[in-house]
Design a binder for this molecule. Sequence first.
Ligand code: NAP
Length: 297
Amino acid sequence: MPGKLIDGKAIAEQINAETVAEIGRLKEQHGLTPGLAVVLVGEDPGSATYVSMKDKMCARLGLHSERVNLPASTSEGELLAILNDLNFKREIHGILVQSPLPPQVSAGNILAAIDPTKDVDGFHPLNIGKLALGDSTGFAPCTPAGVHELLIRSGVKVEGAHVVILGRSLLVGRPLSLILSQKAANANATVTVCHSRSRNLAEICRSADILIAAIGAPHFVTADMVRGGAVVIDVGVNRIEDKAVDKGYRLVGDVAFDAVAPKASLITPVPGGVGPMTIAMLMHNTVRAAQMRHGVA
Ligand code: NAP
C-alpha cells in the first residue's frame, strides 16, 4: 500500500521549501517580502480554521500576512471599500476573501472587485478567462492547481490520458478540466466532466485512466467504478460521525478508500492528499504575485 499512496503532505512540503527559498531570494536581492491579506466575514468555524491555517503557513514560510475580520452583518459596500484599500496597499500582493460569504453580499461582485493581479485565489473573471484561453500570465485556482502539481510530481502521465472528473463546480471541477485539457506540457488530457445529471456514471468512471472525485459525498466512488490500474485523486473532504474519537467525527473523502486502493495504481488519502496542496499553491501564487508586481521573476 505505501507505494501506491500519493503523499500530498510530502509533495506540499517540497513546494513550500521552494517557496521559502524564493522568499529568501526576494528579500535578499530586492528587499521584498510577499504579503497576503485574508478577509474573513462572519464566524463560521470551518472558515475560521482555514483562515488561521493560512496565517500560520504565512508565518512559517516567511510571508507578511494581514487578517481582516469582519462581522457577519458587513454590507457589500463595506467589504468593497476594504478590498479597494487592499488593492492599493503596497505591502499586500495577494488578497483572498474566504468563502462562504453572508447572503447580503454578492460573491460575484466581491470576486470581480479584487485587483486581478492580486487575485491569488484565481477566481476573478479575468483569471478564469485567462485559464480558459491558455494564457499562463493569470492565476489558476489553488485546489485544481494543487491536483495538477500532485499528478506531475507523482510522475503520472497526463498527456493523452482519459481523465474523468466527478463534479463541475467553479471551485474545483471546472477549472481543473480547463487545466488538464490545455494544449500544453503535462496536460493534453482527454477530459470528461460529470455532475449530478450525468447518466451511466459508473461506466464513465470505469473508462478513466485518471479518476478525480470532487463532489462532496462520502465514499461515493466504489471499487466497481474504478478500472484496475487507474490513478485515483480524492478532492472530497467530508465529516462523518465517529463516536470513537473525541471530536465525534472524522474526515473522509469522496472515495471508498479501503475498497478502491487495491485496484488503483496510485491513490490520494484523505486527509493528507489534496488538502495540503491547496494551501501550498496559495503561498506559491502569492510569491508569484509579488514577483510579477515588482518585475523580479
Ligand atoms: P460543490 O460546489 O458542492 O460541487 C459539487 C459537484 O459535484 C457539483 O458539480 C455536483 O453536480 C456534483 N455532484 C454532487 N453529487 C453528485 C452525484 N451524486 N453524482 C455526480 N455528481 C455529483 O462542491 P465543491 O466545492 O466542488 O467541493 C467538492 C468536494 O471537494 C467537497 O467535499 C469539498 O469539501 C472538497 N474540497 C476540498 C478542497 C481541498 O483543499 N481539499 C478544496 C475545495 C473543495 P451539479 O453541478 O449537477 O450540482
